[in-house]
Write a protein that binds this ligand. Structure first.
Ligand code: PGA
Length: 258
């Protein structure tokens, strides 16, 4: 049975207590959808441990918002992949545009983090997307092609590994000043293009069996259905709307009814 993905990116918006509270508020109602929908909560690092406890006894999942590429070492302020596994994380968001913009994260760094995730059997959620300026200059195809080539360089995917790629145009993220709505035609076109680019670096067999494509950027319960009309889209990476219990439940229900 095809599974859909609901990924809550809580960014730096919730405290550990607030994260646990939101999980406690929603987990009972989400239980009946957990076989059809892979629900993944991505709180801040300091909330992971408490959230792992709150998720015990459910099939709801935990993801981190970042990881470091080395297994251990002199990397002040970074978090080792193994420690994410130990705390109960199965997923890691990589290359989010906020990290690319505020922390100068490059495709090369995303690539190293992706390799680290694969070494530790963490499932990467790789974010790709162009900025407003790149789109206005008509460079989106080139930017996405480069992101795919550089982020997925030298990647060897085993048949037991899963991979999620999220197309998230930076200009459609709700926090960005003057966030704009994307048309479904644009989403469709970009989706096809990214998958075409991926097919040059990842085997077709892997893309068919172990790969999931999702969309991110101002997704909520009022527009999620539209994005799901695009053939390859199997869920959403949700920021602002994932901070409200009713919205989480409404979106997971929509995904379960696909
Ligand atoms: P948004 O954020 O849903 O608030 O646009 C999504 C994201 O940044 O991952």
């Amino acid at each position: 049975m095809k599974k859909f993905y609901f990924i809550a990116n809580w960014k730096m918006k919730l405290s550990p207590e607030g994260s646990v509270e939101l999980i406690s508020e929603t987990k009972k109602k989400l239980k009946k959808f957990q076989d059809q929908v892979e629900v993944i909560f991505c709180p801040s690092f300091l909330a992971l441990s408490a959230c792992a406890q709150a998720l015990k006894g459910t099939k709801l999942h935990l993801g981190a918002q970042n990881v470091f590429w080395q297994d251990r070492g002199s990397c002040t302020g970074e978090v080792a992949p193994e420690d994410l596994v130990r705390v109960g994380c199965q997923y890691v968001i990589l290359g989010h545009s906020e990290r690319r913009k505020n922390l100068a994260e490059t495709n090369e760094m995303v690539n190293k983090k992706l390799l680290a995730c694969l070494r530790h059997k963490l499932i990467p959620i790789v974010c790709l997307g162009e900025t407003l300026q790149e789109r206005q200059e008509g460079k989106e195809a080139l930017v996405l092609e480069k992101q795919v080539q550089e982020c997925f360089k030298n990647i060897v995917l085993e048949s037991d590994q899963q991979l999620i790629v999220c197309y998230e145009p930076v200009w459609a993220i709700s926090d960005n000043l003057g966030a704009r709505e994307i048309t479904i035609d644009d989403v469709e076109q970009m989706t096809q293009m990214i998958i075409q680019n991926l097919s040059e670096v990842v085997s077709v067999d892997f893309l068919e069996k172990n790969f999931h494509f999702i969309y991110g950027g101002s997704v909520d319960s009022s527009n999620l259905n539209n994005f799901l009309l695009v053939d390859k889209i199997e869920g959403g990476l949700v920021g602002a709307a994932s901070l409200k219990a009713e919205e989480i439940i409404a979106m997971v229900k929509i995904l379960a009814n696909q």
